[in-house]
Each structure stands twice: as C-alpha cells, then as structure tokens.
Design a protein around this ligand. Structure first.
Ligand code: SF4
Length: 468
C-alpha cells in the first residue's frame, strides 16, 4: 500500500475548513491531559514503573524536559522559564540526577532504551559539558540500544559548533530546529530574530557532523504574515531542504500565554488568510516531494516515518509521530509526561515544586490517569484515526473481541455529517476511512470518539487550541 495521498481541492477545502475550525485536542494522549487528576500520585507512578509483566525486549523511550530559554518568543505557549542566569542549569541537572536514579530504582525490568528525546524550553541552554553530563547520567541508568533514535530540539540562535560536537559525541542523530518564519517583520513582532544564515549554517553543520535527520518547525498565523511574505519563507525552507517539516497553526491562547496579549488583533492574519497560508504551504511541500505524515507533519518519501505510514506501523506519543509501536515513555524534568502501559503520569509543572518533590521522594508526580478498559479501546481508535487515517472493523474485533459499529453506533451517527461533507467514508461494517480533506480535520473526527469531551466542553473552559 502506498502512503495516503493528500490530494485536495483547495477551493472546496477553503469552503469547508472554516466551518470545522473549532477548539480541540491534539491527541498526543487519550484521555487528554485535562482529564488527568491529582488522585493519581507518586505511589501510583512508582507502582507502574515497578510492573513485572514487561518483556525485556519491549521498546522504551526516554524524554527529558529542559525548561530554560534566554528570551521569550511572543507566540510561545510552551512550559518554559526565561532566564539569563545560567547557573540554574547546573542546579537543574543535580535534581535530574536524583530523579533519574529514583526512577531507575523503581523500574523492575531493566530494558535498553530505543529512543531518547530532549525538548523544552531550549535543551541547548545547557552548555556542551552539561549536555555530556546529562547524556551520561541517562545512559548509566538506561543503556541505549545501538540503533536508538536520539533527538533534540535546538534553537539556532543559541546553538554553537561546540554544542553540535557534544551532541554527536553523545550519539544524537536527529535534530529539530525552531524556524517559524524567515520574514524580518514577523520575527521582530514575535521577538525572535533569527536570520536565514543562522538556520542555514546550523543545518549545514548538522548534516556535515552526521545528523541523519534535520527537522524544521514552522508556524502560520503569526502577526504580519501575508501570503506573499510566507511564500518567500517557503522558498527559503525548500531551498534548505530539511528532511522533515512541521507546520503548526499559531495558537492564540492568551489565557495561558499572556505575552500574546501584546499582539494587536489587526496585525494577525484573518482566518481566511490563515487558512490560505496553511493550504499554500501544504501545496508547496507536496509539490516539492514531501509526504504528508499527518497532523501538521511532512517527511521525505525515504524517511522512516513515511515507510511506517505505508506499512501501517506509524504511531504517536508525546514526542510526536514514531515508528515504534507499544513503546513506553518515561519523562524526566519539570512538567515531563510519562506514558506507561496502564497509565499516564505528569511531573510538577513548575521548576520549584518539581525540585522540592524530587528532593523529598525522588519522584515528582503531580497528576495522572489510570486507563480503564474503555479508555484503552478508545485510545486505539483515536490513534488509528490520527496515524493511519482509518479504522478497520475486522482489526478492532481481533483486538477487542467485539463489533466496532455496535460499540460506536452513536459516534458513527454523529459522524454522518462529516461523511456527507466528504471528510470520511463509513462502510456497512462501520470501517471508517478518512478522505484527503478529512486528513486536515482528523482532530475533529477523533473528537467524536472522545468520551470525556462533552464534560470538558460543558465546563466552558478554554482547554485546547483551534483544530485548524
Ligand atoms: S519558542 Fe522555544 S525558544 Fe522561544 S520561548 Fe518558547 S520554548 Fe523558548
């Protein structure tokens, strides 16, 4: 089977996307984080780490959150700490060391790690020696498999050749750079001045140093972006030819990112322009030979994510799309999330409480969720929809021993209007195929299977970003 094509009628897309532009989760987990509660705490997490019904061969992913950044990008809604006090990094590493040791002590079945990812904040806030120290701490506790994927998010403004040297020495083989937009007016408005040369030089250096994959993150919907200016950014991006691309919608979430209140509404592209920016970028990427992996991500045809999409082995976790099925993820650092077989756990969000908790007990779980059998089934459905764009009723029966159409009769009725709009096709046995235009709206389709959403929506809280 070849990768599902994203062959869409742009005019029809424009006419329909605005109607589906609602708030919705990104489904990096199911149930989503707002459902998790403090009823799940440190003891639950410790028990989950200590499970013995795990095979030595099972895949294991490690995530480390480094929250520090030198300056604030005004579009950013991440969990980060803006500081120029570099001594905070050394102190943070000391606490990480304790947390890693406590987690290692709690894990009953020691497995080789198959993936490692550092995110933030800005992981390259750490200096090269601190990178070596953190990498060593992780490897001592959780040795890596020889062919492990080891990736990092970097900020080209603060990443030096010495950083790249240290990262390669530590085995990093994939690098992701925040680019957002190359237009000087946009960069000034979002308080992130990053000349093209900076990104270009780092891309070349990363390639020369042996990174097998370079990813760029772009954002559409930023202040002062126009179709003409974004077109120029896309020209430059395609010229630099990253292996992967992520195209995110700017999330105007002023209730949690207060600096966004500084953006004048009139400077933000209107919803029509924003939509055209997205569709234009998609068209350019597809024309340049990238494959749409799903949920804002594109990759080269020879990329392992493309192969996983073609082989129906593509999966998704907090770190993004992955080729590894059933992988358990252990997160370290403030706000880090762990996804274990039976539950999700998140550490204290702010650095102070996280440090205090680690000093007190070794672990810093703030909230979590133990999956019910119904959660597991719905997680399977949502993951299949988002990663593969289809639900096969026979596979659902093989997995859970019951009929898909009968279990989800109400949900399939809700989706009839999406079928009429050409987003999906539903077969008589309930099998569901996401059609090209529906791939852009897959979060809306997944929302039909989210058993918790109604309560969340009723609460009136703004919990999620826009789906388009
Ligand atoms: S976008 Fe990245 S570098 Fe900028 S403030 Fe957010 S986490 Fe820090």
């Amino acid at each position: 089977m070849s990768a599902p094509m994203l062959d869409i009628d742009l005019e029809y897309a424009e006419s329909i996307l605005e109607r589906y532009d609602t708030s919705g989760p990104r489904y990096t987990s199911y149930p989503t984080a707002p459902v998790w509660t403090e009823a799940y705490g440190i003891a639950d997490y410790r028990n989950e780490l200590g499970r013995t019904d795990v095979d030595l061969q099972d895949a294991l992913s490690l995530y480390v959150h480094v929250p520090f950044c030198r300056s604030l990008c005004h579009f950013c809604a991440c969990n980060r700490v803006i500081t120029k006090d570099v001594s905070r990094a050394a102190e943070y590493l000391d606490v990480l060391e304790r947390e890693i040791a406590a987690v290692r002590k709690s894990v009953s079945v020691p497995r080789l790690a198959t993936q490692q990812h550092w995110g933030g904040g800005t992981p390259t806030y750490l200096n090269p020696d601190q990178i070596r120290r953190l990498s060593g701490m992780l490897r001592d506790a959780f040795p890596m498999r020889a062919d492990a994927e080891i990736s990092i998010e970097v900020d080209p403004r603060t990443t030096t050749p010495q950083h790249i040297e240290a990262l390669r020495e530590c085995g990093f083989n994939r690098i992701s750079m925040g680019v957002q937009d190359f237009d000087p007016a946009v960069q000034e408005a979002v308080h992130r001045i990053q000349p093209v040369e900076m990104t270009r030089d780092l891309t070349h250096l990363a390639r020369k140093s042996g990174f097998v994959s370079v990813n760029y993150d772009l954002i559409y919907g930023l202040p002062f972006q126009s179709e003409a200016s974004f077109e120029k950014t896309l020209d430059t991006v395609l010229d630099l030819a990253p292996d992967r691309l992520a195209l995110y919608s700017y999330a105007h979430v002023t209730w949690k990112a207060k600096q966004q209140r500084g953006f004048e509404r009139k400077d933000l592209p209107d919803s029509h322009t924003k939509l055209r920016l997205m569709l234009r970028a998609i068209r350019r990427f597809l024309d340049a030979g990238y494959v749409y992996i799903g949920l804002d991500h594109f990759a080269r045809p020879e990329d392992e994510l493309t192969h996983a999409l073609q082989n129906r082995t593509l999966r998704r976790n907090f770190m993004g799309h992955t080729t590894q099925d059933g992988v358990e993820l252990i997160g370290f650092g403030s706000s880090a999330i762990s996804e274990l077989r039976g539950s999700y756990a998140q550490s204290q969000r702010d650095v102070g409480p996280w440090q205090a908790a680690v000093h007190a007990t070794g672990l810093a779980t703030m909230r979590g969720h133990r999956l019910s059998p119904e959660d597991v089934q719905r997680r399977w459905v949502i993951s299949r929809l988002i990663c593969l764009g289809e639900i096969r009723a026979d596979e659902y029966r093989a997995e859970f021993g019951e009929g898909f159409a009968s279990h989800y009769a109400a949900e399939l009725r809700v989706l009839e209007s999406a079928a009429r709009d050409g987003l999906i096709e539903i077969s008589s046995d309930g099998s569901l195929q996401v059609l090209p235009i529906g791939r852009l709206l897959v979060r809306n389709i997944a929302m039909a299977f989210d058993a918790y959403l109604t309560d969340q929506q009723r609460s009136g809280e703004q919990l999620f970003s826009k789906t388009v």
